[in-house]
Ligand binder design. Sequence first.
Ligand code: PEP
Ligand code: CO
Length: 454
Amino acid sequence: MLTTHPLSHTVATDWTPTTWRSRPASHQPTYPCPAALQDTLRALAQRTALVDADKILQLRHLISQAQNGHGFILQGGDCAESFERCSKDATASQLKVLQQMSQVLMHGLQTPVICLARLAGQYAKPRSSERENQGQQTLPVYRGDIVNDSAFTPSARQADPERLLQAYACGASTLGFVRALYETGIDELLKPAHWPTAWIDALPERKAFQRTLQGVQHTTHFMTSLSGSDADRFLHRETFVSHEALLLDYENALTRKVPGLDGWFNLSTHFPWIGKRTAELEGAHVEYCRGIRNPMGVKIGPDVSPDALLALMDRLNPRNEPGRLTLIHRMGADLLRETLPALLNAVTRSGRNVLWLCDPMHGNTETLTCGTKTRRFEQIMREIEAAFSVHREHGTHLGGLHLELTGENVTECLGGARNLQPEDLSRRYLSKVDPRLNHEQALELALRVAHLAR
Ligand code: PEP
Ligand code: CO
């Protein structure tokens, strides 16, 4: 078994930030004017980095600790961020729900929780088909705001390279706001007035949940009062950011060398991940990701075999470095028990270092007869419960959750304490891609996980 120190690094000699260009790259747009794309990429390559390499390595260290059972990752945010909603209020709302959930999880799991937001770069989406039909018309599909616009018109759907610079600008302004909020205002978001609680009254478990919430708020208040101390730093554990490394031109342009450190870093985000649809061993996404030093995730669906998984792990982490690789399984509540054990056994037997996360969202998406895409709260919880118990049965550690959620009061997922029904969804359905848990549903999920842990 190969192991190395988490901060050591061997640079692959057959890799550069552009070797992916000789591999098949799926889910990339076609730009009408290649010269305009090249101009934009040159401009992007001149922009300053969005995140620090030191923080990337800090996250990698925290992930290596979580691999050993010390720490839990809460990764969450929008399915697709939009330029229109790149605002201080929307960002504050995301940080609020993630911070509140992480306080609840810390309390229940009795372990540090690391917030990893899907934020400041989650602008590109893989889609199941290239084109979309509406009535008689067929147009290129919406691929996320970094590529085109969601409106169903020919000009909106054309891929526009200017959007790469807009994505960079939105990412930069979001990160600037996150830093400012951590310096000045994050305590405010944790005060009891910002926690919705009325929803709890409808639940049979209300007494136990209320007690837990009171305990959480009590601890949070106490720790906030220790301003300037270690406890205060712990409470303010910062938020790291992540996005799917899908649009490789963007990732490539922000891949840099850093003075004093070996190797290459993707400085657009702390934690890029490879989506389920682009995790082919010989594809461009795996080729790009194998050469950067960031900690990274790979989404694993029910169709991945143990051998294919081990080959992927060897490619992305040939020296079996701790903290480097996170596997995010997204099996679906009905398939998890059938599909996960073989993968857990193969990885454990091979002695490979990995952090396991459960994404209970992407295997549980359904389309209602009216055409609306949704997910059921109860099914999401069922996958989480099954994941905890299958990991326990196999002697592995479930080190975190990967969720699509928002701090806003949307109606996109069914169920939860308010028991949202199909007819409620049209009330406030804002997501342009996948349905997210709303603030109440997200807190309910955190409370249920905290109680599960007891
Ligand atoms: C996503 O996380 O939004 C996504 C597309 O997931 P997956 O790659 O697991 O389908
Ligand atoms: Co999604």
